[in-house]
Design a protein around this ligand. Structure first.
Ligand code: GDP
Length: 435
């Protein structure tokens, strides 16, 4: 069993910093503290200590040590923390010293959180929320991640699972005791319950994918004919201090991304290769990707050359509710039609463009906090709702029971914690029909 091994890893990012934290989890955590810092501090109390390599006896650093005996720790196991000066050589020496201790090894990515999950410290949605919180680049992303990490979604999913399991217990009673004096309408209340739950789940699913979009960032594709100034616009935006999180190459060579923080909402602008027909095969591939990207985007920014007003016609197929028309190069041609007038060269109108994007992001993402933040959740909830729909339409108690069981199982996959059989045991224990 891997869980019996003691793992260690830096908890802080690589590089120079004031402080670096190295975490140890597992049965040897206490011994590692003792061997390196010459003692074990009182639980959850910082102690300043000289840290020594137990093999060479050399002093590594002076730092704070903390002791979190299990199960009241992040992983549920014994956990030790070393807070040292954040230099690469200090951290390397400490890791080397820990590596010398028997049955201690470097942790795999995510292994601390995995152990926390296995020890029931958090469920899958909370683990995902924790990952999202660490990845959050904007305030709205942080709030959403925190809510999920606090168990907002887990409580809802587990409550649904409990209700469904109760319903299932009633249906199972009908299967097990078909000729007993059970009420005739035993399936009736179960059906009502399932209907109510299906409605509730479908309402939660009809959230405009806000949670997923917020988590990934609102994707905005820059499209338009070649030379309309898309790259120049990207550069102009990336060159502005305000709102820019980072400018980086996208997933494909043809797509460059700029991450914006617009009023707390994350927006990812992607510059796609110019869309134009009749190009050579290599360019055609770029165009195909650009089109795919533009079609998958949450919003498109159609960048047109103010000196070529006819091009709007050409791109009319792309227009629609999710497209913002931007006329570029208004420094050369100030007369333009509907849409935003900008100049990537002079910076004119860029402020309004950012405001317009922020307003779109707000419209698309603001509202009650959605519970679904990734496709995995959506797929499980859809499957659950579909199973419920089948159960509601069914008449044979055995088949209805099977569909309800599948529905609970789909919910259980969301938290990774609800085991149908366990729940049934609990419920049957105080279930008195026929017994
Ligand atoms: P893309 O093919 O759509 O990415 O277009 P580019 O950004 O490469 O721009 C094409 C040409 O238009 C370049 O020569 C730019 O310098 C020029 N350009 C871009 N934006 C402006 C602008 O606002 N004003 C003027 N005068 N020229 C611009």
């Amino acid at each position: 069993m891997t869980a019996s091994r003691t793992i260690f890893a830096p908890a802080t990012a690589r590089g120079r910093a004031g402080v670096a934290v190295v975490r140890v989890s597992g049965p040897m955590a206490g011994l590692s503290l003792d061997m390196i810092s010459g003692g074990i501090p009182a639980p959850r109390t910082a102690r300043l200590a000289a840290l020594m390599d137990p093999v060479t006896g050399e002093t590594i650093d002076r730092g704070l040590v903390l002791w979190f005996p299990g199960p009241a720790s992040f992983t549920g196991e014994d956990v030790a923390e070393f807070h040292v000066h954040g230099g690469p050589a200090v951290v390397a020496a400490l890791l080397a010293a820990l590596g010398e201790i028997e049955a201690c090894r470097m942790a795999e990515p995510g292994e601390f959180t995995r152990r926390a999950f296995l020890n029931g410290k958090l469920d899958l949605t909370q683990a995902e929320g924790l990952g999202d919180l660490i990845a959050a680049e904007t305030a709205a992303q942080r709030r959403q991640a925190l809510g999920q990490m606090d168990g907002g979604f887990a409580r809802i999913a587990e409550d649904w699972a409990r209700q469904l399991t109760r319903t299932l217990a009633h249906v199972e009673a009908a299967i097990d005791f078909p000729d007993d004096d059970l009420p005739d309408d035993l399936l009736g209340p179960a059906r009502m319950m399932a209907e109510r739950l299906e409605r509730e789940i479908r309402e939660r699913l009809a959230d405009g994918r806000r949670g997923e979009i917020l988590r990934d960032g609102l994707s905005v594709a820059l499209v338009g004919p070649p030379n309309s100034g898309k790259s120049s616009l990207m550069n102009a935006l990336a060159g502005r201090d305000a709102a820019i999180v980072s400018a980086q190459a996208g997933t494909t060579r043809d797509v460059i991304e700029v991450h914006l923080d617009l009023g707390g909402y994350p927006v990812i602008l992607a510059d796609t290769a110019g869309i134009r027909d009749g190009a050579d095969p290599i360019e055609a591939e770029g165009i195909r990707r650009a089109r795919a990207r533009a079609e998958a985007a949450d919003l498109r920014l159609l960048v047109l050359d103010a000196g070529a007003p006819d091009s709007l016609e050409e791109f009319s197929a792309l227009r629609g509710a999710a497209t913002l028309v931007v006329w570029n190069k208004v420094d050369l041609n100030p007369e333009v039609g509907d849409g935003l007038a900008i100049s990537a060269a002079t910076g004119q109108g860029l402020g309004q463009l950012i405001e317009a994007l922020a307003a779109r992001a707000e419209t698309l993402l603001a509202g009650d906090a959605p519970i679904v933040t990734r496709q995995r959740h959506r797929a499980a909830l859809e499957e659950c709702a579909d199973c419920l729909a089948r159960a509601i339409a069914g008449h044979d108690p055995a088949l209805v029971g099977e569909d309800l069981r599948l529905a609970v199982r789909a919910l259980g996959r969301i938290t990774g914690r609800v085991d149908v059989e366990d729940l049934l045991d609990v419920i049957f224990r105080d279930f008195c029909i026929g017994k």
